[in-house]
Design a protein around this ligand. Structure first.
Ligand SMILES: Nc1ncnc2c1ncn2[C@@H]1O[C@H](COP(=O)(O)OP(=O)(O)O)[C@@H](O)[C@H]1O
Ligand SMILES: [Mg+2]
Length: 188
């Protein structure tokens, strides 16, 4: 069971188009069906302990949803890279958010207090547009976003966000989560 968890009753504005982009074809109508059944877990991250905490919270959500160990380990790497970036390049506060559809975690993001989207947006855009042969040169400029892109299968994005406590403008870098064995996201 996740520790120190607070649960928001509704997902935050603007996230659905991003999540919907990454749903399997059979789940395309999920946004319409989803109203009222999504939960967002919000975890404040304390600088210095943030990466460890984010990994532990995400891991507990994934294992509870029967995501296999290998996939969970990869998602821990992704979230640790995003938290490291937030601490290094962006202002506090930092938060981890996990969106679940009836207890199945489907999307995760790391919120920070710096609203500028341009640098991360451009880098993710280059990764999306790049062919496999280009990736080593991108990797030299920083491995973090490269890993986020690669391990999430390109299902990652940066978008405006406000931290839940201060409501101050910031941003989030988020990625789709693998759903557990035998669980079909969006099924009724
Ligand atoms: N949360 C963030 N806020 C602002 N800038 C960021 C953030 N995350 C990444 N960046 C920018 O994207 C660049 C690439 O990040 P990354 O791929 O993790 O490589 P590295 O951290 O090694 O520089 C960073 O150098 C930084 O300029
Ligand atoms: Mg980095």
């Amino acid at each position: 069971m996740p520790l120190h968890e607070s649960v928001a009753p509704e997902p935050y504005p603007g996230i659905w188009p991003l999540i919907a982009l990454h749903l399997a074809p059979q789940d395309e109508d999920m946004p319409a069906k989803a109203s009222g059944r999504l939960q967002t877990t919000v975890e404040s991250l304390t600088p210095g302990f943030a990466a460890r905490r984010a990994r532990a919270v995400l891991r507990s959500h994934l294992l509870k949803a029967q995501v296999n160990e290998d996939d969970a380990a990869e998602m821990e790497i992704v979230v640790a890279e995003l938290v490291a970036n937030a601490e290094r390049y962006a202002a506090e506060p930092y938060e981890l958010r996990i969106v679940s559809d009836r207890d199945v975690p489907i999307w995760c993001d790391v919120v920070d207090g710096s609203p500028g989207l341009r640098v991360v947006g451009q880098l993710l855009g280059r990764l999306r547009a790049s062919k496999a042969a280009d990736l080593p040169s991108l990797e030299e400029n920083g491995r973090g976003l490269f890993l986020v892109h690669r391990l999430s299968g390109g299902r990652c994005a940066v978008y405006p966000a406000a931290t839940s406590r201060s409501r101050a403008a910031g941003k989030a870098v988020g990625f789709a989560l693998p759903v557990g064995d035998g669980i079909v996201c969006g099924s009724t």
